[in-house]
Write a protein that binds this ligand. Sequence first.
Ligand code: SF4
Length: 346
Amino acid sequence: MKKILLGMSTDELKLLATASGEKEYRGKQVADWIYRQGCRVIDDMKNLPDAFKIRLVGEYEVGRSDIVKMRRSKDGTFKLLLRPAFDELIETVGMPYEERFSCCVSTQMGCAIGCAFCATGAGGFKRNLATGEIIDQVLTVGEVALKEKLLGVGGRISHVVFMGMGEPLINYDATLAAVKLLNAELNIGMRNITVSSIGYVPGIYRLAKEQLQLTLAVSLHASEDTLRRRMVPGMSRYTLKEIVDACRAYFRENGRRVTFEYCLLKGVNDTRDDAIRLAALLKGINCHVNLIPFNPVEGSGFKSPEPGRVADFRQVLEDASIPVTQREQRGAGIEAACGQLRRQFT
Ligand code: SF4
C-alpha cells in the first residue's frame, strides 16, 4: 500500500525531497500543489522534475477521497459522503454564513461513544481517521463550495469545526496534527478552529497543555450524572464535575473561554430543574453555553423541545449570568445530524 502525502507538513515534505536527492524547495512545491492547488495526482505537479515525480509515484499517492453523495439544503448547507483512498464512508459538512464559511469534519469512521441520540453512535466504531483524511475533508468541501459559488465574502473556508463523526480527543495525535496543518498550510486562524469533545477528560487536560488559541467545545447534554450516563454511555467513567473541572484547567492554561454544548431533548433534559442544575454546575467558570434544540433522527425516539421550553431554559442560564447562544438549526432535509447520511449507504 502506498504512503499518503496529504497530512505531511511543508517541513516533512522538504525532508522527503532531500531524502530523495532533491533540493529542499521541491518539498515546498509539493506542499503548494496538495494544499493550495488542490492537486489530486502526483503526475499533475507540473514544476517537479520527472525523476522526482517517478520516485514519488512509486511510493506515494496524494490521498484524496472521492465524493459518493452530496445533499444540499435550502440554507446552502451541504453534506458530503466521502470515500477515502482505501476505505468506507465518512461525512463532512459545508456551511455558508453571511460573513464566513465553515466546514465540519469527522475524525473517526464511526464512533464508540454511543450517544443515545446520535446516528453515528448507533453505527458503531470502525477506525480512527489519519491526519490527511481530515485535511482532505476541508479541501473537498472548499472545492465544492467554490464550484457552487457558496464561499461568499472571504472566498475560502474560514472556519473549521471538529464536530462530525467521532471523538476528536480520542484520535488525539491525528486531530492535533490536522489542527496545526489547517493553520499552517490552509491559513485558517487558530481562533477559527473549534475542537468539540463529548467530555473525554484525559484529552481535555492534554489539549490544555498545548496552549493553542483554538476553541474547545464540550458537550454535556445532561445536568446530572444518572441521565448523562444514559445519554453518553461511552463516557460514563467521568462525572460532570470531573468534566467541568478539566475545563476549568483548560481555561487556566489557555485563558480561552470554554463552550459547553447542550442538546435539548423534549421531556428528557429540557426542564427548568435541568437548567437550574446546569447553572449550578457551571458556576464560576468562564464559559459560554450553546443550546442546540434536537434535530430529529429517524428511529432515535427523541423529539425536538417546544420553543417555549428552550426560551425558559435559556432564561435560567442568563439569570445566572451565563452567556448563552442558541445554535441555529442548519441543513434541514439533508440528514444533517452526524451519521445520518452515512447510515443510508452502509
Ligand atoms: S454525538 Fe459525537 S461522541 Fe456521541 S456518538 Fe455521536 S459522534 Fe460519537
